[in-house]
Design a protein around this ligand. Structure first.
Ligand SMILES: [Zn+2]
Length: 560
């Protein structure tokens, strides 16, 4: 189950030495001209990192026949497809996901242990990207008070900046602040995100600049966003969407004011009752706006115009909002991917034109996947369900009262972790490890909980496979909790409509990973790859230092 950590370290060093040899050999065997200063790297003018929020691997295969040749298929057919790519930690959520992709490591090392988490030092719940020491730029609200300060390591984007003496630019773009701030790293020239509500503008933080550049102001004052204030109809005839369930079903959520979750979704008539521009975020038009803005950034930020490599990090967030509302099997999710395929094609076409067809390198992945709606699975007689949190907490309180004479032992429960009050435990003269184990055993009596682990186990063991390995990679000694809970496969803590994510189960970990463009060969693999491999893979391609906490391994098969 676990190994001596020194031998593991030596093994890892041995493995990575071998990896580098393979890269160098493969390159010379293929007859690529080797220059002394550039013997194992290529210099695309631009690297484009694309993260699709909540994209399952099977969205590539399930909707394949609806994609055109110049979107997803362009990457799959002309690039390298890692078909067995996984998150190797939990919680599988957006903040940790984007951070792990760009840092080449996991929450155990980079410190972003959730979107939100309970901060033991300050006794407060914190948000992964918030930073009150900075101000908003482009909005009168607090939506711009962000920075990457809670991420304690560097990103591949930081390393590119350091490598190029800050001459290579990093621009990060997403509807969600965390989808832009974390990929941009500590040295981004800019991260831009979208503030919906009544404003509908791209904004940033004083962490990056004091005023929006002209091109962003121009975009905001144009009608580029308002153009999408229109009904959401399916792009193709809905009767051709045979790869998803019925349009009208009980597994889907509603916008406020709607009576059925069916097409067309009339955004203009729902506008005022659903926080205005927030509606666009929750439709595929949010992805279109993201593509529009990313294309505008190519000119606006002069990306990929010289020989010094720049980095554009783009994250498409609407896929997550749509998944949460309608679920994995909905017509809405199918249409969202059919439309994203078109938005990707537009982005690639703009890159061809502005940067040059063989002058850029792309990777595309996701920040986590998602579960089928458990209520739907249940109706198909597949074991699935929802946690009854109320009765779980009631039983736990009764246990603590009986066992310890107090119910004041729990500080916080978040991301399926329980944080104990260490002061109370000290005052009662109890051993922390013992209390962790006793409460963990009690929790295991609950019908929805499949496994429990304690912080003591996470500290003392070195897990190498399965669920405990995934939990340990997400376990940060300074930040994580005392007891880790894993729900039964198919069980979530969520509404009975829509899909969610966050677990270490395979339906939340399996996501696409595609590489395409300069330096990338055509092909595919079914060997397991893991999210932290992405940043080292890009680092080797560019010949730059790895992010300083990187634990992943370069995927050598992708190189030309
Ligand atoms: Zn989500």
């Amino acid at each position: 189950m676990y190994k001596n950590s020194l031998s593991l370290l030596l093994f890892a060093i041995f493995l990575s030495c071998n990896t580098f040899n393979t890269v160098a050999q493969k390159k010379s065997k293929n007859g690529i001209k080797v220059e002394k200063s550039d013997h194992i790297s290529v210099s695309p003018k631009l690297v484009v990192g694309i993260v699709v929020d909540q994209m399952r691997y099977d969205y590539l295969t399930r909707f394949w026949n609806h994609y055109e040749d110049d979107g997803f298929k362009r990457l799959v057919n002309g690039g390298f497809n890692c078909k067995n790519n996984h998150f190797n930690y939990a919680p599988t959520s957006t903040g940790p996901g984007h951070t792990s992709i760009y840092t080449g490591t996991t929450p155990a090392t980079h410190g972003v242990i959730g979107n939100n988490w309970y901060d033991k030092e300050t006794d407060q719940v914190v948000y992964c990207a918030s930073d009150d020491s900075f101000n908003s730029v482009g909005t009168t609200t607090d939506a711009g008070k962000m920075s990457p300060h809670r991420m304690i390591v560097t990103t591949v984007t930081d390393q590119l900046r350091l490598h190029t003496q800050m001459r290579g630019k990093t621009i990060a773009i997403a509807l969600k602040d965390r989808g832009a701030v974390l990929p941009g790293g500590h040295t981004a020239n800019a991260a831009y995100w979208f503030h919906g509500m009544g404003e509908g503008n791209w904004i940033t933080s004083t962490f990056y600049m004091n005023e929006l550049p002209n091109w962003v102001n121009d975009f905001n004052t144009s009608n580029a966003v308002e153009e999408y204030e229109k009904p959401w109809t399916t792009l193709k005839d809905i009767n051709t969407y045979l790869e998803s369930g019925l349009d009208n079903n009980k597994y889907e959520g509603l916008f406020s004011g709607q009576s059925t979750p069916t097409f067309p979704h009339d955004l203009p008539s729902l506008w005022n009752t659903n926080n205005k521009y927030e509606l666009i975020k929750a439709s595929p038009y949010g992805n279109s706006i993201t593509a529009d803005f990313a294309i505008a950034a190519l000119d606006g930020e002069k990306l990929g115009v010289d020989t010094i490599t720049d980095f554009l990090a783009v994250s498409f967030s609407s896929t997550d909002y749509v998944g949460h509302k309608y679920g994995v099997n909905s017509k809405e999710i199918q249409d969202t991917y059919v439309r994203l395929d078109r938005d990707l094609a537009r982005l690639f076409k703009a890159l061809d034109k502005k940067v040059g067809e063989n002058e850029y390198t792309v990777f595309l992945t996701a920040d986590h996947a998602a579960i089928h709606v458990p209520a739907y699975l249940k109706d198909q007689r597949i074991p699935a369900g929802y946690v009854e949190a109320g009765s779980l907490m009631k039983k736990l309180s009764e246990f603590m009262k009986y066992k310890y004479g107090t119910t004041d032992l729990i500080k916080n429960i978040s991301n399926y972790q329980l944080f104990l009050d260490h002061d109370v435990i000290n005052n009662l003269d109890m051993q922390l490890g013992d209390v962790q184990e006793e409460i963990a055993r009690e929790l295991l009596n609950n019908k929805d909980i499949d496994r429990v682990y304690t912080a003591r186990q996470m500290w003392q063991n070195e897990y190498t496979e399965g669920i405990p390995y995934i939990l340990q990679k997400g376990y940060n000694q300074k930040r994580s909790g005392d007891i880790l809970m894993v729900l039964k496969p198919g069980t979530i803590s969520y509404s009975v409509t829509g899909s969610s994510h966050g677990s270490p189960q395979i339906y939340d970990t399996h996501v696409p990973l595609l590489f395409y463009g300069k330096g990338i060969r055509k092909g595919s693999t079914t060997s397991r790859t893991e999210i932290p491999d992405i940043a080292p893979t890009i680092s080797v391609l560019l010949g730059i230092a790895f992010p300083n906490g990187a634990t992943g391994t370069p995927i050598t098969k992708v190189y030309k």
